[in-house]
Design a protein. Structure first.
Lengths: 454, 332
């Protein structure tokens, strides 16, 4: 029953599966460290704020898929340093920003967005034109900014989904040899004239701001060509960078899993050992209470607790502990029943040691190997249960976990629409994290129960 | 009984808080909707006082002013639930339009049982067969594959595999529908066929995820039994290995297997919540999920009770069956 720590580490180093588990766990810890260092928690907390993600592409594939595809998907391009021109004719002032881009992909961009902050007084007119590689010039939009009598700065977006832009482009119908009724703005702007395929070459987007009397200026001016691929892991329907979510999910999952496992094992151990050691009526009543908790269906009650009490990540950890300690208490009670009949325990009882001292000094240390094994084994269950709760939309919205990413994926029907990069990575991360602990637990189990060695 | 009491105790105070909140909301809504009433108040303070007063009256009328552990209230709610009187749902209705919680639950229950019982039976059959096979040939290739598969499959969440299956079979190869709710109404004659067709995908998923750990479990039981003296004696007597495994060893492994079967049957009903939400299977799990999203309390309480009852009955059954298969535990 008893092992020295040296023996355990020696046995462990012989166990290949256990070492694999340790290696995976180490990688996960490194990932968590990277996440914590590189992505500040404040920016991660804005995960659920759609406005913060506007300049990212929508449902973009991971960038590395371009290596496997024959047709090159457009990357996300943010044009930031336009060529600035200004002129004035009499009272009319004109500021023009020209964004040039060499578009060399086989697919249309997913959309385009112009983000700007204009400084003006009066009511200026904003026009966007595009000059295509074939020399054709298309008017995209012509809109006036909100009127203001004093000098003001106005921050706004112009999306390619804008109705008037699509209308303007449809007027251009006679230039094109194919029906454009159902096409989106980007599919018209970047298309060849004879067939609806991408026309490669230099495009320049010309943003003009006209104003009367005073000279307007564009403080911030960004032209974003929405890519169909982005970053290491792509983005989701709400334009969120999945790399950020997945990276930050790692420390969260580890925190949830390990805290829940340690919490429930410690409570279960002490509860069980106390019941077993005390025996008689204490044992009986404690075990009956244990049975009652054991007989409660965990998931429905967890859901009720999460809905009624709250879904902060710490509360959820607490709820998971509430249902996690029961089995461990049962096993450790039966172990304590055996140990308390050993002579050294009886001897120390004779010597008048306090009960608490006997439990903590003489019985619990004997159970430590078992405790470590069960910590490792209960981590995956905690992680999957939390993921399940988040998947149902009951997780902590301020700390999005892998389960929550999958929840969003499910609400947007990612599976039926084939957005695999939104579904696969979080699930694989959950499974890999679980597997690491299963491997470690398995290796420790072999040490604790030599019977399993065959 | 104790569990039910505890469930109510656990849920009761929260339920009360929510009920009070919903009463308050309801009344505020009623008052603000009533333009005449709002107009008759001169300043907002009076209006607020009036609303508060109304809320208090309603709470008193519903008996919500007493805490949930107030004996008559507790007794009444326990009695109501025990007699399967869950009251009326607030938002949800059954397919036939009834808002009685009992009707809703009874309508969904057969579907959940159909899906999960079929799945569990298939899983246990494959599991027992595969487990016995690999348990008899320890360290063979089959054994290793089974064990590896068991470990890997059990660490994936079922609902995630479900999403993958939808991706593969509903998007890439369009064989099965992504949503498991049949489109034709219940009364049509083809409904059962459509239901079975829609059931295929969730069923495959459940089986795929489930049978690995079952096989592993059975294997471990068998491995333990194959080392017993009586097996060695049988072997020495020249009884064929096949016969030893399938008649003697399996019979001895039966008690724990039956226990696990009973527990997993009821456990799967609880786990059904997420699985049914993924596949949109019109059973009790999805009902629970929907009830939670709209906070339909009577439905939540009723379902929790039914699930708990299922769980308890199966634990009880498992105990009895254990005693039946293993006479040793009967004396004790």
């Amino acid at each position: 029953m008893s092992f020295s720590s040296k023996e355990i580490s020696h046995e462990f180093s012989k166990n290949k599966i256990g070492l694999v588990g340790i290696a995976i766990l180490g990688t996960l810890f490194v990932l968590s460290a990277i996440a914590v260092v590189t992505i500040p928690i404040e920016s991660f907390k804005e995960w659920d704020d759609p406005a913060g993600w506007l300049t990212f592409p929508k449902s973009a594939l991971p960038a590395w898929v371009n290596y496997f595809l024959s047709e090159k998907m457009p990357e996300h391009i943010i044009l930031q340093n336009p060529q600035v021109l200004s002129q004035n004719v009499g009272e009319i002032f004109l500021t023009t920003h020209i964004f040039a881009v060499d578009y060399n992909y086989d697919k249309f961009p997913s959309d385009f967005i112009y983000e700007y902050t204009a400084k003006y007084s009066g009511s200026p007119l904003l026009q966007i034109w595009v000059v295509r590689p074939d020399g054709k010039e298309l008017k995209l939009i012509s809109t006036s900014l909100p009127q203001s009598k004093i000098e003001t700065s106005y921050h706004g977006f112009i999306f390619s989904t804008d109705n008037s832009m699509i209308k303007n482009l449809r007027k251009n119908h006679d230039n094109l040899m194919f029906p454009i009724e159902s096409l989106l703005a980007q599919d018209i702007v970047f298309s060849k004239t004879d067939v609806n395929k991408v026309l490669n070459g230099y495009y320049s987007f010309k943003v003009s701001l006209y104003n009367v009397k005073s000279k307007p200026s564009l403080e911030l001016s960004k032209f974003i060509l929405g890519g169909k691929v982005y970053g290491l892991m792509g983005t989701d329907e709400l334009r969120r960078n999945l790399t950020v979510g997945l990276l930050w999910g790692t420390p969260l999952a580890l925190f949830i899993g390990i805290t829940v496992a340690i919490g429930s094992v410690v409570i279960g151990l002490i509860y069980g050992v106390f019941a077993g050691y005390k025996g008689k009526k204490t044992d009986e009543s404690l075990m009956r209470f244990n049975d009652v908790i054991y007989a409660m269906p965990a998931l429905p009650l967890l859901i009720i607790l999460a809905v009624t009490i709250g879904n902060s990540i710490f509360l959820i950890v607490g709820f998971l502990v509430l249902f996690g300690w029961v089995g461990i208490a049962k096993v450790s009670r039966s172990m304590a029943l055996q140990i308390k009949t050993l002579q050294y325990v009886e001897a120390s009882k004779m010597m008048g040691q306090k009960d608490s001292k006997i439990i903590f000094k003489h019985i619990l240390p004997q159970l430590l190997p078992y405790a470590f094994a069960s910590i490792a084994i209960s981590v995956p269950a905690a992680i999957t249960t939390e993921a399940g709760l988040s998947f149902l939309g009951l997780g902590d919205p301020t700390f999005p976990t892998w389960g929550q990413i999958l929840h969003d994926a499910n609400t947007y029907g990612a599976a039926a629409r084939g957005l695999w990069w939104w579904i696969l990575p979080p699930g694989i991360m959950i499974a890999v994290t679980g597997l690491a602990f299963v491997f470690i637990g398995h290796a420790m189990d072999v040490i604790v129960n030599p019977r399993l060695k065959r | 009984m104790a569990t039910l009491l505890l469930t109510i105790a656990l849920v009761g105070s929260n339920m009360d808080a929510i009920l009070k909140q919903s009463v308050a909301l309801e009344i505020r809504q009623q008052v603000t909707d009533n333009k005449h009433l709002v107009a008759s108040f001169k300043n907002p303070q009076d209006l607020d006082a009036f609303v508060e007063n109304q809320i208090k009256q309603r709470i008193d009328a519903l008996g919500l002013d007493k805490p949930w552990y107030y004996p008559p209230r507790l007794g009444l709610s326990m009695y109501k639930i025990l007699t399967l009187d869950f009251g009326h749902a607030k938002f949800l209705t059954s397919d036939t339009g009834s808002s009685d919680v009992k009707d809703i639950v009874l309508e969904k229950m057969p579907r959940t049982i159909l899906l999960f019982t079929t799945a569990t039976l298939i899983i246990s059959l494959i599991g027992i067969f595969l487990g016995a096979l690999s348990g008899s040939k320890i360290n063979s290739k089959l054994d290793k594959i089974t064990s590896t598969f068991a470990v890997i499959s059990s660490s994936f969440p079922v609902w995630w595999i479900g999403m993958l299956m939808i991706f593969v079979f509903a998007f890439v190869y369009q064989i099965f529908p992504a949503r498991a709710t049949p489109l034709i109404p219940v009364t049509e004659p083809g409904y059962l066929g459509a239901l079975l067709y829609h059931m295929t995908l969730p069923l495959i998923t459940l089986v795929l995820i489930g049978f690995g750990s079952w096989a592993y479990l059975v294997r471990n039981f068998i491995v333990g039994i194959m080392q017993e003296d009586f097996v060695v004696a049988k072997r020495a007597a020249g009884i064929s290995e096949k016969k030893i495994i399938y008649t003697h060893a399996l019979k001895n492994a039966a008690p724990p297997i039956v226990t696990v079967l009973a527990l997993s049957l009821s456990g799967s009903l609880g786990g059904a919540i997420i699985t049914e939400a993924v596949f949109d299977w019109p059973g009790m799990g999805r009902l629970y999920y929907e009830a939670i999203t709209v906070l339909d309390l009577p439905v939540i309480i009723g379902e929790t009770y039914v699930l708990t009852a299922f769980f308890l009955v199966s634990i009880f059954l498992a105990d009895i069956l254990y005693g039946y298969f293993d006479p040793r535990v009967r004396k004790g």
